[in-house]
Design a binder for this molecule. Structure first.
Ligand SMILES: CC(=O)CC(=O)SCCNC(=O)CCNC(=O)[C@H](O)C(C)(C)COP(=O)(O)OP(=O)(O)OC[C@H]1O[C@@H](n2cnc3c(N)ncnc32)[C@H](O)[C@@H]1OP(=O)(O)O
Length: 284
């Protein structure tokens, strides 16, 4: 029996830590297969994960998604080896501690969390069209809710840097903006449903890792934030929960509910810019 063609398959970026790992565990428990795009390894003492790797229910493709050459290698392998994808979870990301740049020379949060998800979507859209659910969940954030201003021209080469509420927040905002802008095209032309979802505050802190979370939020996180299973269940529900049919393509979901997206007037500029980077740099 061809188990790959019958299985329900999710592709999860950043599947080996934090929210992505919790989501991977849940889907494997529910007999899904998972295509993991990761830049570092899964824990060797995680028995469920190691068993799933051995059974090929969890298939690993290695790439730092901020590096387009690594991304190209992984996506080409996925296109060659996989048969279909039901749900794409564009989840890889994080809050970096200082201003840094991707191998392409743009601000790192922007290439990782705004541009890479679009490239992954475009490159995997044929596999998604072979699947049953044709759903794309982009991991966003509500951390930009308090922003009063947003200048799209600062995304690629910002002149200032603030952890979490600066480039991290604007990259997530830009992700939600292109998701909302492109959703109807993907729905009508390709039968696909694109959503961006805030997984809420989660305790993803790890000792020994330099954190891009401001100190007082680290304290709040340790004291009050739930385990990453919380964020994973919000991402899960957007695609598979009982209220999923109430969500409309392009919606931005916070705490499970459709929420007004700020700065919508910039959505077309962001969307065009991300598409141009894909066409001119990635496809070249
Ligand atoms: C005031 C407030 O507003 C308070 C808050 O609520 S703050 C929290 C706001 N919540 C959100 O923004 C929701 C979404 N994000 C999160 O929850 C995140 O936990 C966070 C952004 C807050 C913190 O992220 P983080 O601690 O830097 O990252 P973490 O959760 O450890 O994930 C890193 C993993 O993502 C993946 N990843 C990250 N970058 C990647 C890349 N370039 N390529 C591939 N995988 C990548 C990897 O699995 C990575 O693990 P490794 O470093 O071992 O490879």
């Amino acid at each position: 029996m061809d188990t790959k063609s019958l299985a329900r398959v999710a592709c999860i970026t950043g599947a080996n830590h934090g929210i992505g790992l919790a989501l991977t565990h849940r889907l494997l428990e529910e007999q899904w297969q998972v295509i993991a795009i990761i830049r570092s390894s899964f824990a060797t003492d995680d028995i469920q994960i190691q068993q799933a790797i051995q059974d090929q229910r969890l298939r690993i493709y290695v790439a730092d998604v901020s590096d387009f050459e690594q991304l190209r290698t992984a996506l080409t392998q996925i296109q060659a080896r996989e048969i279909h994808i039901d749900i794409l979870y564009n989840n890889a990301g994080g809050s970096y501690p200082e201003l840094s740049f991707s191998p392409q020379g743009r601000e790192l949060h922007f290439d990782t969390q705004t541009v890479a998800p679009y490239i992954i979507l475009k490159e995997l859209e044929k596999l998604l069209q072979q699947g049953n659910l044709r759903t794309v969940i982009n991991t966003s954030s509500a951390v930009f809710a308090t922003r009063l201003t947003f200048d799209p021209d600062q995304l690629e080469h910002p002149t200032t840097f603030k952890p979490l509420i600066g480039a991290y927040a604007t990259a997530k905002l830009a992700l939600s903006l292109w998701t909302s802008e492109r959703a109807s095209e993907f729905e009508h032309l390709k039968g696909m449903k694109l959503l961006s979802v805030d997984p809420g505050g989660n305790n993803t802190l790890r000792s020994g890792k330099k954190s891009g979370i401001p100190f007082f939020i680290q304290i709040l996180t340790r004291l009050f934030f739930p385990a990453p299973t919380h964020g994973a269940s919000l991402l899960y529900d957007a695609a598979l929960g009982e209220n999923r049919s109430l969500l409309v393509a392009g919606d931005y979901i916070v705490k499970g509910k459709t929420t007004r997206l700020k700065f919508k007037q910039s959505a077309s500029i962001i969307s065009e810019r991300v598409h141009r980077i894909y066409e001119q740099e990635y496809k070249r």
